[in-house]
Design a protein around this ligand. Structure first.
Ligand code: FES
Length: 280
């Protein structure tokens, strides 16, 4: 892990979606890191404009892609422009310095996919946390299929990159407004695929909003398929100090669960270890 100043190599709005009650925009940020570090699928970094006091806290961003250019390591992030933190990132120009803390968090258990078909389930900007995993799975010749969902076509973040990597025949899309792929949520096509195939020979990896992850966990349980879920959680520190990212996991105690930290124990958890609280 390094706590260092990275440099903006690229920063652009890659999609703006206007369906629903409000517009949503997504940016692609590419940083050049000052030194080589380990960058694993599922891991994340904490970012903010260098020396800025507003926002004070860094924002957690999942790695989307990593590339080596010359002797420099570049990492890409896809982010949804939502609040002050991400708005400040959207204003960064090429050459600007960025406070970078990373790599943070655990990674997916990729060995668990050996001998299985890997089903990747992505909701909205959660797809970013699955792209490097898809690259590794493809490199290991593990059959890989993506189920990607969002409110509209412009919310299917990274779709073109996934299609280029996996082939169109291995990408199943769903949009709530029906502007691309099946109409509705992404979980029904996942369920249909598990129903019509040998579910026990499959493994699920998912990242997206909590309601989607909860439904994926239910489907995995129903079909007795292992699933690893990358949780999206608000994070203040990113390295286990603030306890602002607690998640309930099953435990043999009177309450039936204890809390773990998404930033250091996760963000990737097995679906059958999570204790879904009422309403989550
Ligand atoms: Fe501070 Fe996890 S973000 S403990």
């Amino acid at each position: 892990m390094i706590d260092a100043v990275a440099t903006v190599e690229q920063n652009e709005i890659v999609a703006s979606a206007s369906s629903g009650s409000s517009g949503r925009s997504y940016g692609l940020l590419r940083l050049r890191l000052p030194q080589a570090i380990e960058v694993l699928p599922g891991q994340f970094a904490m970012l903010k404009p260098h020396a800025a006091y507003e926002p004070l806290l860094r924002r957690a961003m999942a790695y989307y892609q990593r590339t080596v250019v010359g002797d420099a390591l570049h990492v890409n992030f896809i982010y949804q422009i939502l609040g002050r933190g991400t708005q400040s990132l959207a204003q960064l120009k090429i050459g600007d310095p960025v406070d970078f803390l990373g790599s943070l968090g655990n990674t997916y258990e990729i060995e668990a996919a050996t001998g299985r078909e890997a089903l990747l389930v992505a909701g909205g900007v959660g797809s970013a946390a699955l792209f490097m995993l898809a690259e590794v799975l493809v490199a290991q010749n593990i059959p890989t299929r993506l189920f990607i969902g969002g409110a509209s076509r412009d919310d299917l973040c990274g779709l073109d990159d996934f299609v280029a990597l996996l082939g169109m025949e291995n990408v199943v899309s769903a949009t709530v407004d029906g502007s691309f792929g099946a109409q509705g949520f992404v979980t029904p096509p996942l369920e249909i695929h598990l129903q019509s195939n040998r579910a026990r020979s499959m493994i699920i990896y998912a990242c997206g909003p909590d309601p989607m992850l909860h439904r994926v966990a239910q489907i995995a349980d129903q079909f007795d398929a292992p699933a690893q879920l990358s949780l999206e959680s608000p994070m203040a520190c990113g390295f286990g100090i603030c306890v602002g990212c607690a998640v309930a996991v099953k435990h043999d105690c009177p309450e039936g669960f204890v809390y773990k930290k998404v930033c250091t124990d996760g963000p990737v958890f097995r679906s059958n270890e999570l204790h879904w609280l009422h309403g989550s």
